[in-house]
Design a protein around this ligand. Sequence first.
Ligand code: CA
Length: 400
Amino acid sequence: MKPVCFAFSLTLISSVAAAQVPAERFSSCMTTLRGDAASKGVSGASFDRLTSGLTPDMSVLEFLDYQPEFRTPIWDYLAGLVDDERVADALAMREKWATTLASAANRYQVDADTVVAVWGVESNFGRNFGKRPLLTSLGTLSCFGRRQAYFRGEFISTLKILDSGDITPERLVGSWAGAFGHTQFMPSTFLRLAVDGDGDGKRDLMDSVPDALASTANFLHRAGWRQGEPWGYEVSLPAGFDSSVAGRSNKRPLSYWNGRGVRRADGQALAASDAAAGLLLPAGPRGPAFLVFRNFDAIYGYNAAESYALAIAHLADRIKGSKGFVTPWPTDDPGLSRQERRELQTLLASRGYPIGEIDGMIGANSRQAIQAEQKRLGMAVDGRPGQQLLTALRAPPAGR
Ligand code: CA
């Protein structure tokens, strides 16, 4: 869960000059926050104890002001999030936590595989939480930058979490924006929706998988999940279809879509019900098309991006044994799985580029190396990691 969409493959281009820390401004801002916190139930003593020695980290402001230089195409986004590796990991986790998942899914009447999919996309099954102390990041964002009002609420929510003892301060680390734990909840979301899944009296999204899975199940439940209904499915459109009726929110009864010639991608007729569905065309009329129901909106509630919701929904389907989409993405240069991204980084490193850790995360160094190779190969120089570049680099250098 992130307050900005597409934090995925975030790349920082500019280098932050060590910004001078305006200590005085931070100090007076904290005094103001102390009053705000008191009016919201955090005592002065608690505030002082929890914020003692707190200093701002101006580097988080870079993320706040980051403008996406590289718009991630939907096929790249999905190729990295829903790859064979994540499906295999999900199946292993589903088996390992079967009892816990069944209990959470039953208690909140949601689909267990969707819960696993959220876990896999949000934190890679607990492997990637982010490393920034929450109070430092949120304190900084509360006092500097352009979204201070929003982050002040999250800062005070963080104080409440720590004051309650659910999580200890040294464990509470997360993304630059304050999303934390297995489920990457924001602090205010934690206060509203986190639950104690293992019954130890604490809601711990950092160190308790049962708490995290139950909290995700509760989130989906509260977002309106209807147990037993699909999120949606891929469809095929008849020739000459007028795609102006597309849109997740433009819900029409299935009979309407049936009358327009829409069929399931596997050739089946649409169900003879009047369930309301929207037509999603993530890459326009020539790419895969989907009819999406209310459960898709429940996933969308977790992170307000249709690409995100489609990743979760598709991963859940893959966990259930489905294959990829029937209609290919409208590109001659499909995206790379994480394994392929690591291979690309390895190939670039072997050509002498300073890639750093081979981690499948395409950061600034990888982008620069990709651009240099694209230029050398006479390809479009866009810094994008795609199949065409990977194929070209796999070939042994000719005549050298
Ligand atoms: Ca617990």
